[in-house]
Ligand binder design. Structure first.
Ligand SMILES: C[S@@+](CC[C@H](N)C(=O)[O-])C[C@H]1O[C@@H](n2cnc3c(N)ncnc32)[C@H](O)[C@@H]1O
Length: 542
């Protein structure tokens, strides 16, 4: 098998996020965007020692789980990859993908559930559209990057995941600039005017904030642009029109200067009847109704907060912090975007919360100054996860429990391995699908520090436990002694019981039952599990 060779094969599974796996002559080939069950033609485009990648050329046979996509741009637009699956199939696939990642990472915990988004279309409250051309030197386009393309843009006439108002406004703005013969900013030549169009809309009020991002290479007729937008027939209400000037070379929305052309430079969104002021550059969950599902899970995993000090690291506009504040002693939020911190402070005042503190800065540095040990930590970092040095400092807080919210399962797994090294185990985990139609999924985990006294509340009557088991060959003490001698590890009876059950050895019904409903049941770490399994093998029990 060499670069350029063409093959046909059936996709055996789709790994996170959208990697089709095909077995060719016993070798695993990764073909991006190929869906499990499809028969595809592909060419080999990368071959490294342990990794072969193919480029999808054609779907020869559809997958039995596929259905016609509702979106007319599906297959061309690089935005959504799972529009051709029923919502149930999407949820099932995302759950299986994360389960596979857990196993591949050598971690062992179960996903309790995957919670779906309350709405699966028009759920996005924010979208960043890009100006460009549909193909080289084609007419002006405004929309999303085409699938696998860095340059070409597909003009979106009817994007299914944004509010219909966005589609109307997008068309009107594109028409306006086309008629003016305006240019888009060319990423190679660094010439041109139009860069991005960012729209945000409150799901609860219908208020819309529009931000046009351009270079300074041309001039915008501000009042004409504003009047054109205000004359559009939409359901919501445009409350602010902004113009951001950005002459940076990087293809991201950032600001050298932002002018308010009309109305205000913020809007409000509501979560749990609390009001949040959202400014143009501050983070806010893009699926408002989905965010409430996500935060319900965060709240459940955080548990009892009465009289407790909570740190909400990577707090954005302070949503999680303010959701927990009414039932906590104090909440401290840390966020790198100053504008978001200002909004968070204002939000806390508006929501009549006087026990929230928000600190602007990098978590990596700010935690050095947080001398008080929190009772609970909530972590909701950006896609790349937690900076390794920040992770160390977070572990040094030595809290009993942490809730980690992640929008990228692969970076979460990397961070969980570090937490495990430091003695934290995943006690609970669930997924929340905030992004229907796309490959993304949000993961929430509850991490618990394993301590010897965690076992105090466990009801263990060892005599009763296995006395009836025909397979009983070694006592718990003999297993413990063996593991200590051979592996230098101390293991509890609870862990032995857990591993025995995993290995299919009958144990008494009473083992591992906590006395109270809220009692924590620590799970045997992988290293100890392996050692116990070795002992069970030694005593010929498995
Ligand atoms: C996934 S968002 C979570 C925000 C918030 N928890 C929410 O649910 O709306 C991650 C946030 O972390 C912020 N951030 C990124 N890097 C950071 C850093 N090094 N220190 C502090 N905040 C950071 C981002 O600006 C963003 O607001």
């Amino acid at each position: 098998m060499k670069k350029g060779d063409i093959f046909e094969g059936k996709v055996i599974r789709t790994e996170f996020p959208n990697k089709g796996i095909i077995d060719i002559e016993g070798q695993k080939v990764i073909v991006k965007n190929a869906l499990e069950g499809q028969v595809v033609r592909f060419s080999i485009n990368k071959k490294k020692r342990d990794k072969i990648e193919g480029r999808l050329l054609e779907v020869i046979e559809p997958s039995p789980i596929e259905q016609p996509a509702a979106c007319k741009h599906f297959g061309i637009c690089g935005g959504c990859r799972y529009q051709n699956l029923s919502y149930e199939q999407q949820l099932d696939l995302k759950k299986r993908q994360v389960e596979e990642l857990i196993e591949k990472s050598g971690l062992s915990f179960a996903i309790e559930n995957i919670y779906g988004s309350p709405i699966t279309e028009g759920y996005r409250n924010k979208m960043e559209f890009t100006f460009g051309d549909e193909e080289k030197d084609g007419p002006l386009a405004l929309g999303m990057h085409k699938k696998n393309s860095f340059y070409d843009i597909v003009t979106l006439e009817d994007c299914r995941i944004v509010d219909p108002d966005f589609n109307v406004l997008l068309q009107a703005i594109l028409k306006y600039f086309k008629e003016k013969g305006e240019t888009y900013f060319h990423k190679i030549r660094h010439e041109g005017f139009l860069r991005h169009l960012v729209m945000r809309r409150s799901v609860k009020t219908g208020d819309i904030l529009i931000n046009l991002v351009t270079t300074t290479q041309s001039r915008l007729d501000e009042s004409e642009f504003v009047n054109m937008i205000l004359s559009q027939k939409i359901d919501g209400k445009v409350v602010g029109i902004l113009h951001t000037l950005n002459d940076n070379l990087a293809d991201v929305v950032q600001s050298d200067e932002t002018k308010t052309l009309y109305g205000q430079d913020y809007f409000y969104e509501y979560l749990y009847n609390m009001r949040f002021k959202i400014s143009p550059f501050s983070f806010f969950q893009t699926n408002t109704l989905g965010a409430e599902v996500l935060y319900d899970q965060v709240r459940e995993y955080v548990g009892e907060t009465k009289d407790k000090l909570v740190y909400d690291l990577y707090t954005g506009t302070g949503t999680i912090a303010q959701m927990l504040a009414p039932v906590a002693s104090k909440v401290v939020g840390v966020e790198i975007v100053e504008e978001a911190v200002e909004a968070a402070k204002k939000n806390a005042v508006d929501n009549h919360l006087d026990n929230c503190e928000f600190i602007a800065g990098d978590v990596l540095k700010v935690v050095d100054n947080l001398t008080q040990k929190p009772d609970i930590l909530v972590l909701d970092p950006p896609r790349d996860g937690i900076h390794p040095k920040a992770l160390r400092k977070i572990i040094n807080f030595n809290v009993d429990e942490m809730v980690y919210v992640s929008c990228k399962p692969t970076s979460l797994m990397r961070d969980l391995l570090v937490f495990r090294e430091a003695g934290y185990e995943v006690k609970r985990c669930c997924l929340v699908d905030m992004f229907p139609g796309t490959v993304h999924v949000e993961t929430v985990v509850l991490l618990s520090q394993q301590k010897p006294d965690d076992t105090i509340e466990i009801d263990l009557d060892l005599d009763e436990l296995d006395a009836t088991s025909a397979e009983l060959k070694a006592t718990y003490q003999e297993i413990k002694d063996y593991v200590l001698k051979e592996f230098g590890l101390k293991v509890s009876s609870l862990y032995i019981s857990q591993v025995k059950r995993k290995c299919g050895i009958e144990v008494g019904e009473n083992y591992n039952l906590p006395k109270s409903e809220n009692a924590r049941v620590p799970q045997c770490p992988k290293e100890k599990e392996d050692a116990i399994k070795a002992a069970l093998k030694y005593f010929a029990m498995i």
